[in-house]
Design a protein around this ligand. Sequence first.
Ligand SMILES: NC(=O)c1ccc[n+]([C@@H]2O[C@H](COP(=O)([O-])OP(=O)(O)OC[C@H]3O[C@@H](n4cnc5c(N)ncnc54)[C@H](OP(=O)(O)O)[C@@H]3O)[C@@H](O)[C@H]2O)c1
Length: 295
Amino acid sequence: MINDRRPILVFGATGRQGGSVAKALLKARWPVRVLVLDPSDLASVALRDAGAELVHGSFADTDVIASAMRDVHGVFSVLPANLSAEEEVHYGTSIADLAAQSRIEHFIYSSGASVGDRLTGVPRFDAKPRIEAHIRALSITATIVRPMIFMEMLVRPGFGLDEGRLISLIRPDHSIQLTAVEDIGKIVAAMFADKPLFAGVTLKIASDRVTGHELEAAFTEVAGRTITYSRFPDEVLAANIDLAHMASSLEDGPLAEHVDLTAMRKLNPELLSLRSWLAGSGREALNRALSKVSE
Ligand SMILES: NC(=O)c1ccc[n+]([C@@H]2O[C@H](COP(=O)([O-])OP(=O)(O)OC[C@H]3O[C@@H](n4cnc5c(N)ncnc54)[C@H](OP(=O)(O)O)[C@@H]3O)[C@@H](O)[C@H]2O)c1
């Protein structure tokens, strides 16, 4: 039965979200095709060894993408964070246009949970809503997911762990919803498995909701030493427009809206809490970050 399935083309499969989606689709026994920049890269080789079909190309190679979309069931589209706003809109809309021309069955675009109802006037904050609007105007069955901030962000440089503490965007007694990247793939795979239910749907996704105090307690427990939690100081936020945008969105903007975690668990019964993420892939990432603490 499953061998009758046509492939799903996954963009960004050597990265976080695309990698999670490719893994979950392969596990659900979909044939998976991935567009990779470098087929000899370790992540590409691992995808090939896991059963994915590699297509060599970049977002700019429209002929390669059009041909990779031939005979596919679905497409998962995600763009990296390091593009300019113009590039993001250009590639995001052109991938969607190519998918519409290819008459695929189901297109899933990963946007971001900070997207609100109104444009902000700042080009890089408005790239995703512009891509979303473009997709909605196309004649294509599409689903848009808007992931909340990744748990993986907490252990990246700049969030304090290299100094043995944790700094983030909320006040200690406020809460934040976070997404484990692993859950994105499982949720997207559930969506590809039920096109009628998710046709035309835009859905914020998250894995858990935690306060700053809970972050401190969980990180301290797993690290086996005190990891104090604090919010970025106001002067740091004032100097960084991206962090400031997210912090204010967490106070009273789109990032403050509550994702229904019960609904998430129905979509993905293996949904990770912060603590279960820290017991799994997060633990290794946390240990790596803490190993950089200067003695
Ligand atoms: N960080 C968060 O908390 C968060 C939350 C919600 C949404 N987002 C959004 O998530 C998106 C990033 O997703 P991610 O974290 O999964 O990205 P990522 O891990 O950086 O992966 C990017 C992928 O795109 C590929 N790529 C880069 N340039 C390419 C090109 N020119 N042509 C073809 N492929 C190319 C990369 O290939 P290589 O591996 O070969 O470089 C990689 O596979 C951003 O739009 C961001 O705003 C982030």
